[in-house]
Write a protein that binds this ligand. Structure first.
Ligand code: NAP
Length: 264
């Protein structure tokens, strides 16, 4: 019998995950079906329960349900517990939860030749995406990790979860420079950028926007400052590969899938 998986979110119609997982399944010879579930904002648990009752094996969880997924699962992994978010649910007698955004980001950065050990990193945003990657960046041995957010209290709350992380507002960054600047805000989706003081982005910096499929104002200003840049398409594919591995025990080759997405 074909095992069933899906991505659940609101909205979810734009999600590339069904295509990515279909490619992984095809190239790894795995018999799976992967669909989309648009849950009502107040209907996450009900939608997950219904999917499980129908024999569903696992879910990817996207905006705005990653914290709800953490609360839902009975067996969160260590890294999910640390982050307080889950993007991968697996169902058996119990529900296990993991977060693969962090490993997805770190793998993509590594493939682009970006060193993490000993570098100074600015992480912008304090939502589900920032929550999911902060632990992986600290584990990769960065020299400093500063988290800046429009709503400073949210950044401070995140810093309390992760010893070693420092929180502030964008205005507090005046006069500071970083080797790697990661935009984990959704500002780019509205063609906006966080109000970063000029000078924070040096010529030697690498600027990474988790938003993908569009040239965001953040990436444009980074290029203008002479920085190297990347969107988040590679992270999307790498985090999906980690989810696929959790479910199927097989690691897909991500290179050709990313190349085909870029070409499209
Ligand atoms: P979220 O929980 O809704 O958080 C949104 C964040 O963006 C908050 O920190 C918010 O600040 C900030 N923000 C929104 N508009 C802003 C603006 N105009 N100026 C400054 N800050 C602004 O969303 P999320 O789950 O963290 O996701 C964030 C982005 O990452 C989304 O675009 C998502 O698609 C992307 N993402 C990509 C991948 C990937 O694989 N590439 C994985 C995960 C997420 P406040 O707290 O002040 O509201």
């Amino acid at each position: 019998m074909t095992d069933r998986y899906a991505v659940i979110g609101h909205p979810v119609a734009h999600s590339k995950s069904p295509w990515i997982h279909a490619e992984f399944a095809r190239t790894c010879g795995q018999d799976i079906e992967y669909t989309r579930i648009e849950a009502r904002l107040d209907g996450f648990e009900r939608a997950v329960d219904a999917f499980r009752a129908g024999g569903g094996k696992g879910l990817n969880v996207t905006l705005p349900f990653k914290e709800a997924a953490f609360r839902y699962c009975s067996r969160p992994s260590e890294r999910a517990r640390r982050a307080g978010v889950v993007n991968t649910l697996s169902f058996g007698a119990q529900s296990s939860g993991d977060t693969t955004d962090g490993i997805g980001l770190v793998t993509d950065l590594g493939k682009q030749g970006v060193r993490l050990k000993g570098v100074r990193v600015l992480l912008m945003g304090a939502g589900g995406a920032a929550q999911g990657v902060a632990g992986a960046l600290l584990d990769a041995g960065v020299a400093a990790l500063v988290i800046a957010n429009r709503t400073v209290g949210r950044a401070r709350a995140l810093a309390e979860r992760f010893p070693g992380l420092r929180a502030c507002g964008y205005g507090d960054l005046e006069g500071k420079t970083f080797d790697l600047i990661i935009n984990a805000t959704s500002a780019g989706l509205e063609d906006k950028a966080p109000a970063l003081p000029s000078g924070v982005m040096g010529k030697a910096a690498f600027a990474y926007d988790m938003v993908y499929g569009r040239d965001t104002p953040f990436l444009a200003s980074a290029r203008a400052a002479g920085a190297r840049t990347s969107d988040g398409l590679g992270m999307l594919v790498e985090q999906a590969a980690e989810s696929f591995f959790i479910w199927r025990g097989v690691k897909p080759d991500t290179g050709p899938v990313l190349a085909r997405l870029r070409a499209a």
